[in-house]
Design a protein around this ligand. Sequence first.
Ligand code: UD1
Length: 344
Amino acid sequence: MTAQRTKILVTGGAGYIGSHAVVELYQAGYQPIIIDNFSNSEESALAGIESILGTAVPTYRIDCADEEALRGVFAAEPNIAGVIHFAAFKAVGESVQKPLAYFQNNVGSLLTLLAMMPDFGVENLVFSSSCTVYGIPDSLPVTEATPTKPASSPYGRTKQMCEDVIHDVSAAPSNKLHTILLRYFNPIGAHESAKIGELPLGVPNNLVPFITQTAAGIREKLTIYGNDYDTPDGTNVRDYIHVVDLAKAHIVAVQRLLDRKGTETVETFNVGTGHGNSVLEVVQTFEQVSGQKLNYSIGPRRPGDVPAIYADATKAEQVLGFKTETSLADSLASSWKWQVALKK
Ligand code: UD1
């Protein structure tokens, strides 16, 4: 008889980061259970996951904010040991246009989840937070102790609010919840198999899919949003982390929760490489690894952009034993391999 795998519910498991985490979870011996409403993901991600793993992952096509539907999943899947909550909207610009939708979806789904978990005895949560909670930091790199600043968008505010909700819930005397907040920096790249990767709907907002689509001839040219920032080459600086590295951070976080190794009921970790790269460096590195000449020009600044941010990744390394493994060049090469595979 084969041993039962430990079940981990993955909301947004068909999405970009979620699908990579599902693969890593399964390969680490867990049984991921996917919830996704496919509002910003595609069924093809499930086929990619299945092809990598050689087995299908149980999937529930529901909205995580739909209380009745979510209850049905918990009831149908007894003994869920923990939840990784990815499901959220993530487009900064769109959040300015549709703030209510962002609060309803991002905060609403967390509230629904948190209210339900105790009913089924589920006490472990990994929450997808973002470096956006730091706003425009006073000094770099940012540590987990760097004070948060007012968010520059409703999207950013939803991440701050979700962190606050988790802290308040966890401070209640009756609380049983244990949470790890992972503050992601900028995920890029795709699985080495090129069977899963980022699938932006419509025109990408994020830099790397815009670059690969431009190189593939889908977009005419990339606009670099400003080169007059107070940074070494004038363009914004970010901490670009390979999505598989990021996915692996979830595995160590889940295991830490299950082992009750945490010293506090809510622990926060930056998940980045610890290095900053400018937009121009990303463009040049992409050109080198892909052999493609990129059509780009310098445009005006994008409202709400933070001039520079990158992680101090020391805490994740010391406490979680987590360290990124993939270089910017290899990450961008995997993005290009995925883009090329998509065109076939
Ligand atoms: C933002 C959010 C992050 C969120 C992510 C999800 C902040 C500080 N960060 O990341 O929390 O998780 O979106 O979508 O709010 N760029 C160009 N041209 C383009 C596209 C981007 O020059 O066509 C530049 C941007 O100005 C930026 C960099 O590339 O400097 C990265 O942009 P992007 O990929 O959109 O990520 P962030 O804005 O850093």
